[in-house]
Design a binder for this molecule. Structure first.
Ligand code: ADP
Ligand code: MG
Length: 441
């Protein structure tokens, strides 16, 4: 290279890469780089973002040293400049304005306004709002993960609604991973893959829902990964949802690394207060009058899935309307009982019951197993005995012995007493419900 000018060295480096890389890789990573200026000691390159800079240094260090000038320590003497925001915007706009409007098939009620926030989802909601306000300029990609029915799709739609109303010129696509696969298959069959690639790469905001469906589909995965890289390199916003964090997905290292590059945010199960607020908001949207006592009752029993909470409101509302009934706890229990979360009682042990009852009644574990007749202790012990008989499928003798060697008739007496008292004692009912929930029964 000694005889080349530096400008020539750069051109030679580029043609070397063109031969070494796939078309997609070259287009995504190398094409966006431009040579800004050359002087006697260094080369200044303009890159769209720091990822491209890292990609170049990580993957082509040896080639850079071979083709370009080096400093005193033998390192490539390159000055990187990140392209200015304004310039990129100006470049993007014409394509965006020409873009045909597509129907995104969004659920009109999935907006930020209707997304109730609480400690478990506040962070994700803020990140989603940040991305929707400044697409491509905050977290990229934004990766949202959480269990079924916790609001991932709702948030992705909310981002799309917000971008549609606040950034009218931006071209958005909301697609599930399955939808992407179908799209790709259709274009492969129709030999129009280039058209699809062109379309996806012209987007300003790409929202991909349920990326876990891409697992074990390596052919489709590669295309999606290239699309994501191409968009991020142009500072176009990518948002991805999944039921697991990136590292737990059975996807290529390349895609996982790409997804971890931006912001990974977890959507947790909402706490009791948030669940109550969600129930009340859903009831209001459906025109159902839901007393807060009933909302609490439902929220105490359905806690893993917001979609189920919504289903509960709909079912209860429809039943009460049809039967001309007021919405009460009794009606809720009758109509929704089967939806209430229960776990196999085989998992419940007397030990668990004792621990949870001791915590709820604020007594010591040893007192529950002991023989103290103090009112509070004896009462808590009777509740624990009631729960043991209800939840643990062992003989009465065995259950009673787990209470420090009591007799089976003591246990039976306690069970009867609490069972009879439950219907008329609101406080006791709540304590028993709480204990059941803590035990997971
Ligand atoms: P996911 O995609 O995570 O499986 P969805 O986004 O489909 O879950 O949410 C399931 C239902 O629960 C939707 O009707 C959604 O509106 C509702 N939902 C979930 N989280 C919330 C929330 N925080 N506030 C209001 N509604 C919510
Ligand atoms: Mg979903």
């Amino acid at each position: 290279m000694a005889t080349c000018t530096k400008q020539d060295s750069w051109s030679q480096f580029i043609s070397h890469l063109e031969g070494a890389l796939s078309n997609a890789e070259f287009a995504n990573w190398i094409k966006p780089i431009s040579l800004k200026c050359v002087d006697s000691v260094s080369v200044t390159l303009c890159v769209p973002n720091v990822f491209v800079q890292e990609y170049l240094l990580d993957n082509f260090y040896e080639d850079l040293v071979t083709f370009l000038p080096v400093d005193g320590k033998g390192k490539p003497s390159i000055i990187f400049e990140i392209a200015e925001q304004k310039k990129r915007k100006a470049v993007n706009l014409p394509a965006v304005q020409d873009a045909p409007k597509v129907d995104l098939k969004l659920n009109s009620s999935y907006t930020f306004e209707t997304f109730i926030e609480g400690p478990a989802n506040q962070f994700v909601k803020s990140a989603a709002m940040g991305v929707a306000s400044r697409p491509g300029h905050s977290y990229n990609p934004l990766f949202v993960h959480g269990g079924v029915g916790l609001g991932k799709t709702h948030l992705l739609h909310a981002i799309a609604h917000h971008v549609q109303s606040q950034h009218k010129n931006l071209k958005i696509l909301y697609v599930t991973a399955e939808g992407f696969i179908n799209d790709l298959m259709r274009h492969l069959k129709g030999k129009s893959l280039d058209k699809m690639k062109q379309y996806y790469r012209s987007l300003d905001v790409l929202l991909i829902d349920d990326i876990q469906f891409l697992q074990n589909r390596p052919n489709f995965e590669e295309e999606l990964c290239s699309t994501i890289e191409a968009l991020i390199n142009q500072n176009k916003q990518v948002v991805i949802s999944s039921d697991k964090p990136p590292a737990q997905l059975k996807l290529s290292e390349r895609l996982i690394a790409r997804m971890e590059w931006g912001l990974v945010a977890h959507l947790g199960c909402p706490d009791l207060e948030t669940r109550v607020a969600i129930l009340q908001s859903k009831a209001e949207q459906k025109g159902i009058r839901l007393p807060s006592k009933v909302a609490f009752f439902i929220a105490e029993h359905i806690f893993q899935n917001v979609r189920q909470l919504e289903g509960a409101v709909n079912r209860l509302g429809a039943y009460c309307r049809m039967m001309h009934l007021d919405v009460t706890e009794e009606v809720a229990e009758k109509t929704l009982g089967e939806m209430f979360c229960t776990q196999p009682s085989a998992k419940v042990s007397v030990d668990n019951i004792l621990k949870s009852v001791a915590a709820i009644f604020d007594v010591r574990l040893s007192d529950l197993r002991g023989s103290s007749r103090m009112k509070e202790i004896a009462y808590a012990r009777q509740v624990a005995m009631y729960l043991a008989k209800e939840l643990v499928p062992d003989s009465l003798v065995k259950l009673a012995s787990a209470f420090g060697g009591k007799t089976h008739s003591t246990l039976l007496h306690a069970w009867k007493k609490i069972k009879n008292q439950l219907p008329q004692d609101e406080m006791l009912k709540r304590q028993v419900q709480l204990a059941r929930r803590e035990i997971g029964a």
